[in-house]
Design a protein around this ligand. Structure first.
Ligand code: ASP
Ligand code: MG
Length: 295
């Protein structure tokens, strides 16, 4: 079994989603697919929260754009027979859930910090909820799973932190015994272990979700599908001579993440390193490129 994680740019357009479909469907054996929100959507969800809290109804322009973008993607990649159903799901999230949350924030005053945080977390979860609905419809034979049911956090007073042990047990229970060959789930989002409120693993946290799943299920490998060919010897924007590093140790990759390489979210490596699961960094836009393997 492999865990494949696709980032925001990989699920962000019709062209890239076609590659996602090919990559997953070409994979023999069981695949767990973890997805980010469509690129830029998490930022927009947060920006709309800010506008609504400032009683600025312009959040609705962004929401309308978001709706159109998701519907365009569905029209471009989802098989025709599933388009109606997929559109209805996305419209329910946008016109039902999100619009109600934002109009509630816009109309209310005197919400506590805690209340704003709870609503903000429920809102931001919708990016991955919508992208995963689309990817489930897109991939032949895929079954959905809901990550907040098994990725669990606990409140720390000033935020929330992963409950690693509970999460590990729940991943094994939810995903360990299934005969489904292709499963799609949301990265980033989680559920509070006590209240069941939606929470998350922090910005960029989809990589971490994928690593937690790979570690708990002792996957054969974790593949992080992104928009670069792998870890590079230097930043290619400022060093055009930079080349891809074909192989690294966990410690080398960790050091690069800790010193600013944005290729993967820093907490990702630890759970997979502990279980000696190799991590491939691969480019959705150039799947033939060998990528970087971390082991
Ligand atoms: N969508 C989330 C973010 O933009 C999580 C992720 O993409 O990893 O931070
Ligand atoms: Mg990322």
């Amino acid at each position: 079994m492999k865990v494949l994680k696709f980032g925001g740019t990989s699920v962000g357009s019709v062209e890239s989603l076609r590659n996602v479909k090919q990559i997953v469907e070409a994979c023999p054996g069981q695949v767990m697919v973890v997805v980010s929100a469509l690129g830029g959507v998490t930022n927009q969800l947060i920006e709309m929260t800010r506008l609504a809290l400032a009683h600025d109804e312009h959040y609705d322009d962004i929401l309308e754009q978001m709706r159109q973008r998701h519907l365009d993607v569905i029209a471009g990649v989802v098989p025709t027979r599933l388009q109606g159903q997929c559109n209805a799901v996305v419209e329910q999230f946008i016109d039902g859930n999100l619009r109600s949350f934002y109009s509630m924030l816009c109309l209310s005053s005197g919400l506590t910090e805690r209340e704003v945080e709870r609503v903000g977390d429920a809102i931001v979860a919708h990016g991955e909820i919508m992208s995963s609905a689309i990817v489930t419809c897109l991939i032949d034979g895929a079954e959905p799973r809901f990550s907040p049911n098994f990725i669990k956090t606990r409140s720390t007073g000033s935020g929330h932190r992963l409950d690693a042990e509970l999460t590990r047990r729940l991943i094994i229970k939810e995903l360990g015994n299934t005969s489904a060959q292709r499963i799609v789930m949301q990265g980033f989002i989680a559920g509070d272990a006590d209240s069941d409120d939606k929470t998350n693993l922090g910005r960029g946290g989809s990589d971490y979700t994928a690593a937690l799943v790979a570690a708990a299920l002792q996957a054969e490998c974790l593949e992080i599908w992104t928009d670069v060919d792998g870890f590079m010897t230097a930043d290619p924007r400022t060093h055009p001579e930079a080349t891809v590093i074909p192989e690294m140790t966990y410690a080398q990759a960790q050091q690069m993440c800790d010193t600013g390489a944005k290729v993967i979210y820093a907490p990702t490596l630890r759970p997979v390193a502990e279980r000696h699961i190799p991590v491939w960094v691969k480019n959705t836009f150039n799947p033939a490129a060998p990528g970087t393997v971390i082991k």
